[in-house]
Design a protein around this ligand. Structure first.
Ligand SMILES: Cc1ncc(COP(=O)(O)O)c(C=O)c1O
Length: 489
């Protein structure tokens, strides 16, 4: 039965105003993208008029196709300007030790990382089994790249206190087949900057590329440094750093769909490209994964950077830094909570050692009070934690966060930790991914209340996932999301 009220292809077209009303009604169920109460997924500078500017620029270039830079020189010009700005911010360009930096605009951090891995892999066609060395705190997109590109992943543990890899462990993980070594500046989960200079040095000594994943922090660390923060060297000023990724749709506050992948020189970038002449169609050369690319995100990012300018970003970084300090103080003030890492960028990450305080319940209690934080499951000796990505729009909210946190902690204590039926926990601990049947998955999802409205109470789901071995966790996630992604008719 076709639902004429929500179906994407109604029998008769719907007037524009009504369509927009429908989209607005759908959007009402979403987390609030603005207002400084959502600490993940969105990056909000809280700058009046910026959305309208970005939207206008986006709309003007939405139908322009990045497939062919000679057909649409506007896009090439804006892309080159974005790459130049990112390179300059990250220690490259004329007058620096990395004067020949080149780059590409991609659709996001994941694509940038996948292309960094592809470039490194394809620079070594002599290797049958190329490998990459990635600290476990590195973004999961490296594992995705390894999976997609059939490159072996050599994870390096991180110290449970510093949350950084030991350089000796990185060095020991490098083998003759290693094509890339990774460092994060900072890591997403904890917001700590890896010892980039030391990691790049061991990579260079082995003749291996070193990628700095600055997707998250590449557009904040330079401003924080200018504001006086003790930011360690992490960019092209560091010898041995061969490529850097920085996402403009994060702290450059551009709408989604823009990241920049930089290489120290054109020869390093060359194997990132894909060209194909062995077909009868148009001449095909793609610097990035997508072929047809909308000009919208690129134009929106260009407009955003030009409008905010260096002084704007510096001001926003100062606001963000103060918000981080305020939130960290709020966490310190609550008995039973402790910072997992001292904030050194724009992340506040905390945990609890109190068995009576279930962090997943706390996250739900915060959600119920309109504060949306991100739970992180216990992993490899690291405790479960709560992650806050802090952006400039949080600054005016900081004073409200402390009392809300204290209240949510009291409520979580009163509610007590999640108690799953022992047979369910035993099942989660013993099931193999292969043993999962559609009926079992549907039963689990129903029992956990998944798919029945907004996911505001997730503590039980997180507890179950945490109890499951990693491979089962992954499989459950795939199956649960598969249940959500069903066509509406
Ligand atoms: C350090 C880091 N790298 C890569 C990514 C992946 O970026 P995206 O979600 O844009 O693909 C993220 C996203 O948060 C990140 O924080």
């Amino acid at each position: 039965m076709i639902d004429e009220t929500t179906g994407a292809l109604p029998l008769h077209g719907v007037p524009a105003a009504r369509v927009l009303d429908e989209v607005r009604a759908l959007r009402a169920a979403d987390r609030p993208t603005h207002g400084g109460r959502l600490f993940a997924y969105v990056y909000d500078p809280g700058v009046t008029g910026l959305d309208e500017l970005a939207q206008a620029a986006h709309a003007g270039s939405a139908h322009v196709n990045g497939l062919d830079p000679t057909a649409f020189p506007s896009l090439l010009a804006m892309e080159n300007a974005l790459v130049g700005a990112a390179a300059r911010l990250l220690g490259g360009g004329p007058g620096t030790s990395a004067p020949d930096v080149v780059g590409s605009v991609t659709s996001g951090g994941t694509e940038s990382l996948m292309l960094a891995v592809k470039a490194a892999r394809d620079a070594r066609p002599d290797l049958a089994e190329p490998r990459i060395v990635v600290p476990v705190s590195g973004h999961a997109a490296f594992a995705k790249a390894a999976h997609y590109l059939r490159v072996a992943l050599d994870p390096v543990p991180v110290d449970p206190v510093t949350l950084r890899p030991a350089v000796a462990d990185v060095a020991a993980a490098i083998r003759p087949e290693t094509v890339l070594v990774v460092a994060s500046a900072p890591s997403y989960a904890h917001g700590v900057v890896d010892p980039v200079a030391e990691i790049a040095a061991v990579a260079a000594a082995a003749g291996v590329r070193c990628h700095v994943d600055a997707c998250f922090g590449g557009w904040t660390l330079p401003w924080l440094r200018r504001l006086g923060a003790p930011v360690p060297p992490f960019d092209f000023a560091v010898p041995g750093v061969t490529s850097i990724s920085v996402d403009l749709h994060k702290y450059a506050y551009a709408p989604k769909g823009v990241s920049v992948l930089l290489h120290r020189d054109p020869a390093l970038r060359s194997p990132q490209f894909f060209a194909y002449a062995d077909w009868p169609g148009y001449t095909m050369v793609n610097p990035v994964i997508a072929s047809t690319r909308s000009g919208g995100p690129i134009a929106a990012a260009y407009a955003t950077l030009r409008h905010l300018g260096e002084d704007g970003y510096l001001r926003l970084a100062a606001l963000t830094r103060d918000a981080v300090t305020g939130l960290a103080d709020a966490v310190r003030a609550v008995d039973g909570l402790r910072l997992l890492a001292e904030p050194e960028s724009t992340v506040v990450c905390f945990t609890s050692d109190d068995p009576g305080l279930d962090l997943f319940v706390l996250v739900d209690e915060l959600t119920a009070r309109g504060w949306h934080t991100q739970p992180q499951l216990a992993y490899a000796g690291l405790p479960a934690s709560v992650h806050l990505t802090v952006t400039a729009a949080v600054a005016p909210r900081v004073a409200e966060f402390g009392p809300a946190l204290a209240e949510a902690v009291a409520a979580a204590r009163a509610a007590g930790p999640v108690v799953l039926p022992p047979e369910l926990l035993a099942l989660a601990g013993s099931l193999t991914p292969e043993a999962l049947t559609p009926d079992l998955i549907a039963g689990l999802a129903a029992g956990l209340g998944l798919g029945a409205g907004p996911a505001d109470r997730m503590a039980a789901v997180n507890t179950l996932l945490q109890a499951a071995p990693l491979r089962l966790r992954e499989r459950l996630l795939v199956e649960f999301v598969g249940l959500l992604q069903r066509p509406t008719w």
